[in-house]
Structures are given as C-alpha cells and as structure tokens.
Design a protein around this ligand. Structure first.
Ligand code: DC
Length: 223
C-alpha cells in the first residue's frame, strides 16, 4: 500500500485492455480500481429499463441527478457497481447497454455529474481509474497517466474472445463495425472525448499481454 495518496489514470479506446490492466495494477498496489465506463453503463441501463428517449439530454441529466451509483467492496477485493442499491455489475455488460451508452457519454449534464462523483471517489482513496477522460478532464493532476492503445484488429479479436468466453454469441464482422463506430463516437463527441493527455505515457498493447502492460507500468511508476 503506497504511503501517499495516489491517482493513476488509464485512458484509451475499447478493447485496448484497460480494465484488465487497471484491475491487476490496483491489486498489485493495494489500492482501488475505479471503472468509470461502468458508471455511464449503469445510467444507460436505468434509462433503458424506463424506456426513456436516450437522445433527450435534459431528461437523461435529470435522471442522473436522481440516481445513486456506488461501488461495493466484495470479499475477493473487487468493486461491484450498484445502481440505486442494486448490484448491476452483470446487467451493464449486455450488448444493448454497450451499444447505447454513447447517449449518456455525450450528454454534458451527465458528464458533469459523473466527473464530480469520480473526483469524490478519487479524493477519498488511492485509485487506478480507467475511462476516456480521466487524464484529460477528471484527474488532470494525477501523478501518473497512461494512454493504452492497440490496433483495431487486435482489439476486435480480444473483445470477440471475451464475449465468446462469456457465452455471448457474436458475429465478428458486426463486432468490428460496432467497435469502429464506438471509437468514432468516443473520439468526436464535444464533451470529454477520448484523447491522450499531453503528459500521458502512450503504451501500445497490440503485441503485449495484459501482464506485460502491468509490468511495464510498474517499472515506470516509482513509489
Ligand atoms: O469502457 P467502457 O466500454 O465500459 O465504456 C462504456 C462507454 O462509456 C463507452 O461508450 C465510452 C463511455 N465512457 C466515457 O465516455 N467516459 C469514461 N470515462 C468512460 C467511458
């Protein structure tokens, strides 16, 4: 456990390996892992359940204001996300949620709230946080920033294996189209777009295992 308060940001596109790396890194350092994508997913899940019009930014912002998103510490050390008290860590991985989260992610009022919640968590404890805007917006002063990237084909392949292993039938070509589209939406939205912070260290994980990336980061951080 590091003596000082520590924030390590990990940004990058979907499938670059951020969550696997962030989780492993947090365990190695004995600090918490903050999955910010899960927060946007949880809000989206709630909106989908309510059959809301996801393009209504005002309504989504009001919904976010009236929503409690928290993380619950599990006995094995992982953090499970809760939505108004309900554990939704499995439900937020549904394809319908994945493909609709960009609405919440592009809504300025939602982002403002999410940024506040994320900062509150990062102030209260040491974290490894992964997302799209962690080094550029949320934790601009983080001690260590990383931008994890990988070639599209490799990212598609990884996601395909992950989904297949989880028993989710998926078409590889469709997945490629979806991921390309998600990349485009992440890169081009006007608030909190996916961007490498000027002071973030770029790691290309195309030919590295998650463990390889963790080892590389561990060598780069001095505690
Ligand atoms: O990392 P992920 O696939 O769980 O992210 C889900 C969605 O949320 C994705 O469309 C990008 C968006 N996101 C975001 O806009 N900002 C973050 N900090 C994290 C995720």
């Amino acid at each position: 456990m590091p003596a000082e308060h520590l924030v390590i940001t990990l940004d990058g596109p979907a499938g670059a390996g951020k969550s696997t790396v962030a989780k492993a890194l947090a365990i190695r350092l004995g600090i918490s892992y903050l999955d910010t994508g899960a927060m946007y997913r949880a809000l989206t899940l709630k909106a989908l359940r309510l059959k809301m019009d996801l393009s209504d930014e005002e309504a989504l912002t009001v919904l976010a204001r009236n929503t409690k998103i928290n993380f619950k510490e599990m006995p094995e050390g992982s953090l499970n996300i809760t939505l108004d008290g309900e554990d939704v860590s499995v439900a937020i991985r549904a394809l319908e949620v994945t493909n609709n989260t960009y609405y919440a992610a592009r809504t300025p009022g939602v982002r403002t709230l999410m940024v506040g919640w994320q900062r509150a968590i990062g102030t209260s404890r040491s974290i490894v946080t992964d997302g799209r805007d962690q080094g550029t917006v949320v934790f601009k002063d983080a001690r260590y920033k990383f931008y994890l990237d990988a070639d599209l084909e490799e990212r598609v392949e990884r996601r395909y294996k992950e989904l297949t292993a989880a028993g989710k039938g998926i078409n590889l070509d469709q997945l490629r189209v979806d991921m390309k589209e998600r990349d485009q939406k992440d890169l081009t939205r006007s608030v909190g777009p996916l961007k490498r912070a000027p002071d973030a260290i770029l790691i290309d994980s195309t030919s590295l295992t998650a463990q390889g990336v963790v080892d590389k980061i561990m060598k780069l951080i001095q505690l």
